[in-house]
Write a protein that binds this ligand. Structure first.
Ligand code: GLY
Ligand code: MN
Ligand code: MN
Length: 407
């Protein structure tokens, strides 16, 4: 909780002395009937409070930190488990005041009245419209951008959690490479990720993509219910979240354990694109440079094997970006531009690097290339010594993949 306190202090130091920040986490969501989705706290709220219960509001200023939370409820706790409750909150959360969430309407206006600058963002916010009504329009400001910038620059604690998340995901991808056989179904491979993630107290950071054959060309394929065939490639985009931090890995490999020549040709272009992109990820460089370089290599490669002409649009085969910020959210917060220009890499930023080539069936394209969808994705921490690939222990060279698969 100390780390969250120092984050609150750092945030408060960036606003007026008597500024007041209101943060809210989400309630639980109904899946169907009486069944709820597993609860996952709001990322900003978790980042600044360390508290993981639903239906809470934090009110933060330089001289007071108040938390509104659910009261203890012996009847509900029999069903849903123990709640922290009001009387234990100050000690556990390092807050000054703890109030039942049921007193929000009564207490929050008093707290608000003490400040001229109220920082609050309504988007997706629990009890957002009620809170907004309590804030005089002239006092209202947005805090989101300052929090985003803090979350974009990962501290040591966050980096160690991200390394751990990455290492769990690496294990799961390795297992998938070892276990896959033709005749299996995509969901059987998905279950290996479920198992490794849960066995390490982690969960999926996003719905996994386990895409065999032509499904590898569907960017957000999540049905994962088709049979895998001997000559198929299998594209797996899966990463776990550990203690609120995501990893995001894609590997593509042949179900048979041996790449065909056509698969090798395309794979080699994507791999080369990924490596040149990673080389661009250093402090001070333009954050768009990895995409420019990956796109250049992909275009040159596709021209050299006759799949593209110099004036063709690369987006026919490569229609997404090369990376995104990674952190508590898989597509993490943080601006990509500053005043309309791409920003520069700084220490502590984490970005994915995920070039791909997707070739759907097309009468004009040699059939040996049909249904080849290849993406290679790693997670890269920017350090003062250059890029550190957090997921770098997972094989991606053709020989290394073939060798791990046939062991
Ligand atoms: N897994 C989501 C992405 O790669 O962006
Ligand atoms: Mn990604
Ligand atoms: Mn991904």
């Amino acid at each position: 909780m100390m780390i969250h306190k120092s984050r609150r202090e750092k945030l408060l130091n960036q606003i007026e002395d008597n500024g007041l920040i209101i943060l809210s986490t989400n309630p639980e969501n109904i899946r169907n009937g009486d069944v709820l989705y597993p609860f996952r706290p709001d990322s900003d709220f978790w980042y600044l409070t360390g508290f993981k219960e639903p239906e809470c509001i934090a009110v933060i200023s330089k001289d007071n930190y108040s938390i509104f939370l659910r009261e203890r409820d012996p009847e509900r706790e029999i069903w849903d488990g123990e709640r922290l409750g009001v009387s234990r909150a100050n000690e556990a959360l390092m807050s000054d005041n703890a109030f039942p969430i049921s007193e929000l309407n009564q207490k929050l206006p008093q707290l608000i009245s003490k400040s001229e600058h109220i920082y609050f963002d309504i988007d997706n916010t629990y009890r957002g419209s009620e809170i907004l009504e309590m804030i005089p329009k002239s006092k209202l400001k947005s805090i989101k951008h300052l929090i985003n910038e803090m979350r974009l620059h990962k501290d040591e604690h966050e980096i160690s959690l991200m390394r751990h998340a990455a290492s769990i995901s690496v294990k799961a991808h390795e297992l998938a490479m070892q276990k896959v056989r033709s005749g299996m179904f995509e969901y059987e491979i998905t279950s290996l990720f479920d198992q490794i993630f849960r066995a390490n107290n982690a969960e999926h950071a996003y719905p996994p993509i386990v895409a065999g054959g032509k499904n590898s060309c569907i960017l957000h394929y999540i049905n994962n219910d088709q049979e895998l065939h001997e000559n198929d490639l299998l594209l797996i985009d899966s990463g776990c979240e550990y203690e609120g931090y995501a990893s995001d890995i894609t590997r593509t490999f042949p179900v048979s354990g041996k790449f065909s020549n056509a698969q090798k040709e395309i794979y080699s272009i994507v791999l080369e694109a990924q490596k040149v992109a990673i080389d661009e990820m250093y402090v001070g460089n333009n954050i768009r440079a990895p995409h420019f370089e990956a796109s250049r290599v992909i275009k040159e490669g596709l021209i050299s094997i006759g799949l593209m002409k110099p004036n063709d649009d690369i987006r026919k085969f490569y229609m997404h970006g090369t990376g995104h910020w990674l952190g508590m959210d898989v597509h993490d917060v943080g601006d990509y531009n500053i005043e309309d220009s791409p920003r520069r890499f700084e220490e502590g930023m984490v970005m994915t690097v995920e070039p791909g080539i997707y070739i759907r069936g097309d009468a004009k394209i040699d059939t040996k290339f049909h249904n080849i969808g290849i993406r290679i994705e790693d997670d890269v921490l920017i350090t003062k010594n250059g890029p550190e690939v957090l997921t770098g222990s997972l094989v991606k060279e053709i020989d290394d993949i073939e060798s791990i698969m046939t062991k």
